[in-house]
Design a protein around this ligand. Structure first.
Ligand code: PMV
Length: 359
């Protein structure tokens, strides 16, 4: 794998201090990534919708200092210093310092906030790590004028991936593929790429309402979750199924086949959970209300000839996906019939977005 392209080879400018702010989104996978090998290489390719409203805003102030062996930083989350978040970020900096040696010459003050409620059960690692990666790349661009905008996105995705695999899909939008796949031109195991084909207008501004069924801490951390696939009896079958599903999804997105989209998205969500049900140790990440919601969605779809469908992350919350022209009716359905299954009736309205924004 050609990781050499991400090493810093030219001499860098001297810069005493700098500050950058990036807003980067969360994303929701349609074909899921579950299972990886070192260093953060997915066992199968995945594809996701980039979200618009669920995002992290991060500012990093860089102040030049003597070079050190480890990155030095302070971390503030929503205005308060967060020691408990530091080990994950320190590990991220250790993984990227080979590619961003300049971080060892700066003291970094990181200020971060999420648009979605803290502990809403929505993973903030994708948006959080992609925002830090973009700030690092803004610094790299200041230090080296030869760095192109295209390279900034590519390397930011590469760096974000080293922190959290799905974060590699949070730099661009509206649809991103991560993982080398024979049917997706330019795809790579090292970074996410924008879906390179014309998408059918049916998927334009597609909606995602996230029903907050369980706002607690994740029952299975990502690291433990991916490791469950190491000795999983169905692992190889799953990895090849996911790659085949990506071939199908690529065609569906180009041709706009609604029924096939619904079928594939729901099947992927249930398969992700089936992997957890059939691993050892085993986990049930859905809650009774997750199932209540799924059944209501199926009923509503049938009765109203709707294109509504659901997907799930590694948790109990339900992502309700539907085309924009159904927004009014579906929101009414959610208010009347689904919100009562959510923690404090809470849900988040979102839609497909375009990726990282410099602010
Ligand atoms: O990026 P990670 O290591 O948190 O893994 C994310 C895995 C899923 O969210 C369950 C699926 C996916 O492809 O986003």
């Amino acid at each position: 794998m050609n990781t050499d392209q991400f090493l810093v080879k030219s001499a860098l400018k001297h810069l005493e201090k700098a500050s950058f702010t990036w807003q980067t989104p969360s994303n929701i996978a349609l074909v899921k990534y579950w299972g990886k090998s070192n260093p953060q290489i997915a066992k199968n390719a995945s594809i996701s919708f980039t979200l618009n409203n669920c995002h992290t805003i991060t500012t990093i102030d860089f102040v030049k200092k003597e070079i050190s062996d480890e990155a030095e930083f302070n971390l503030f989350f929503e205005g308060k210093e967060k020691e408990e978040f530091k080990p994950k970020i320190a590990e991220f900096f250790r993984r990227v310092q080979e590619y961003c040696p300049y971080i060892l010459e700066y003291k970094m003050i990181i200020n971060s906030e999420n648009s979605f409620p803290h502990s809403s059960g929505i993973a903030s690692s994708a948006s959080g790590l992609s925002a830090i990666a973009m700030c690092l790349m803004s610094l790299e661009k200041e230090l080296n004028a030869d760095v192109s905008a295209e390279f900034v996105n590519k390397k930011a995705s590469f760096l974000a991936r080293l922190g959290s695999g799905s974060a590699s899909r949070s730099i661009e939008g509206p649809i991103v593929v991560w993982g080398k796949h024979p049917k997706i031109e330019g795809s790579s195991n090292l970074f996410g790429v924008k879906f390179p084909y014309k998408v059918h207008p049916f998927f334009e501004n597609y909606q995602d309402v996230i029903l907050l069924v369980d706002k607690g801490e994740k029952q299975v951390s990502s690291t433990i979750g991916h490791n469950l696939m190491m000795n999983h009896p169905y692992a190889e079958g799953r990895f090849s199924q996911a790659n085949q599903n990506l071939t199908k999804m690529s065609k569906i997105l180009q041709e706009g086949n609604r029924e096939e989209f619904i079928n594939l998205v729901e099947s992927e969500a249930l398969t992700l959970h089936a992997m957890m049900l059939t691993s050892n140790p085993y986990f049930i990440l859905m809650k009774p209300n997750t199932l209540e919601i799924i059944n209501k969605i199926w009923e509503y779809r049938q009765e109203n000839e709707s294109n509504i469908c659901f997907t799930l992350d590694a948790g109990a919350n339900v992502h309700v996906l539907f085309p924009e022209n159904e927004k009014e009716n579906v929101l009414q359905f959610i208010d009347n019939q689904l919100s009562s299954f959510c923690d404090k009736n809470q849900y988040i309205m979102d839609s497909i977005g375009l990726g990282a924004k410099n602010i």
